[in-house]
Design a protein around this ligand. Structure first.
Ligand code: PLP
Length: 355
């Protein structure tokens, strides 16, 4: 830290993203990206005539895309907020809806960015323990009187709770916003988007990074009551009104015109997930039931960090953690069938080597 850095950030520990090594070709099962490219329509839409327009600013209101998303999710255009990845959306939500009177609460095991945003904005934070097996008890969040942030499905467990339980949490915290981060909702979980009609304290965050093969395009959005959306826009327009670039806007609109393609991809991921879990079961692994595009699994012979290193030597990247509750596990993104077969054959080899 330089001597010029503001002291208000002296305790800030930045989020560490999953590694994106450039040295060699890995099978990347570490950052929950899609193994599938964007749809052919998306690839065609981002063409040279769009590149030629890069001298012009993009539409800061993202009207074309907002309209399409509103239609898709059956909400009004005034219920849609867009920004540069859902990390950016979450940052604005922490900034907008939390302060000394509205502390933030989230599970002690969840998306690693939540505690970083809490520190960044100097917010009092309550980390609510999950039950054994990474099970979230919705009652723990009822009547909490905090701004609540829940990833559903949760990371890194992959477990989800039903919208009925989210409804109870919303109703028991009428004076607080409940942010539901549905980054992984398209892989078999149920969305709580319908609840925004009846609950003005619900903000649902979503992303194009996982199920829509656009992690490199950086596009996230939130759905909620028009007043919550206005609050977020006030902050976005005080920071960077052009946070979504022209090419990403074009790509995202074309994405929404290719629903069948993305539905099929999600279907394939869900099938590959069952296939991988079954194969790991036979090898003695314990896997948490997942409704996401990743699994959280425990090797019977070594801890997660050891397995991570052995897989990396063999050209496969997964994610592991040093935290006591997580160190026995690795998180494995579900990729294509070929990628999962490569992963499973390396796992078999590692297990054999260990005897
Ligand atoms: C990946 C992820 C995000 C961030 O997505 P981006 O749109 O790529 O910023 C947000 N929340 C959770 C739980 C995630 O896993």
């Amino acid at each position: 830290m330089s001597r010029y850095m503001s002291s208000r950030f002296s305790a800030l520990e930045a989020y560490v993203p999953g590694e994106q090594p450039q040295d060699r070709q890995y099978i990347k099962l570490n950052t929950n990206e899609s193994p599938f490219p964007p749809s052919p329509q998306v690839i065609a839409a981002v063409n040279s005539s769009q590149v030629e327009k890069l001298n012009l600013y993009p539409d800061p209101d993202c009207r074309g895309l907002r309209k399409k998303l509103a239609e898709y999710y059956n909400v009004g255009e005034e219920n849609v907020f867009l920004s540069n990845g859902s990390d950016d959306v979450l940052n604005f939500a922490f900034m907008a809806f939390c302060d000394g009177q509205h502390p933030v609460a989230f599970p002690d095991i969840s998306y690693g960015f939540y505690p970083v945003y809490a520190k960044l904005h100097n917010l009092p934070a309550r980390e609510i323990p999950l039950n054994p097996g990474f099970i979230l008890n919705p009652d723990d969040y009822c009547g909490l009187g905090c701004t609540i942030v829940l990833a559903n499905p949760n990371a890194p467990s992959g477990r989800a709770i039903p919208p009925e339980e989210i409804g109870k949490i919303l109703e028991s915290n009428p004076d607080n916003v409940v942010v539901v981060d549905e980054a992984y909702v398209d892989f078999g979980a149920r969305s709580c988007v319908e609840l925004i009609q009846s609950h003005d304290n619900l903000l649902v965050c979503m992303t194009f990074s996982k199920s829509r093969s656009l992690a490199g395009g950086r596009l996230g959005f939130a759905l909620g009551d028009a007043r919550l959306i206005d609050d977020l826009n006030r902050l976005k327009f005080s920071t960077n009104p052009y946070s979504i670039n022209r090419l990403t806007l074009v790509a995202a609109e074309a994405t929404l015109d290719s629903q069948d393609y993305y539905r099929q991809n999600c279907q394939a991921i869900m099938e590959n997930r069952s296939y991988t879990v079954e194969a790991l079961d036979k090898l003695g692994f314990t896997t948490i039931p997942s409704l996401a595009n990743f699994i959280f699994t425990r090797c019977p012979k070594m801890d997660g960090i050891t397995l991570y290193h052995k897989l990396k030597e063999r050209g496969i990247l997964v994610r592991c953690w040093d935290k006591p509750a997580l160190r026995d596990y690795v998180r494995v993104t579900i990729g294509s069938r070929e990628q999962m077969d490569a992963f499973l054959s390396q796992i078999q080899a590692i297990m054999k080597e260990k005897g």
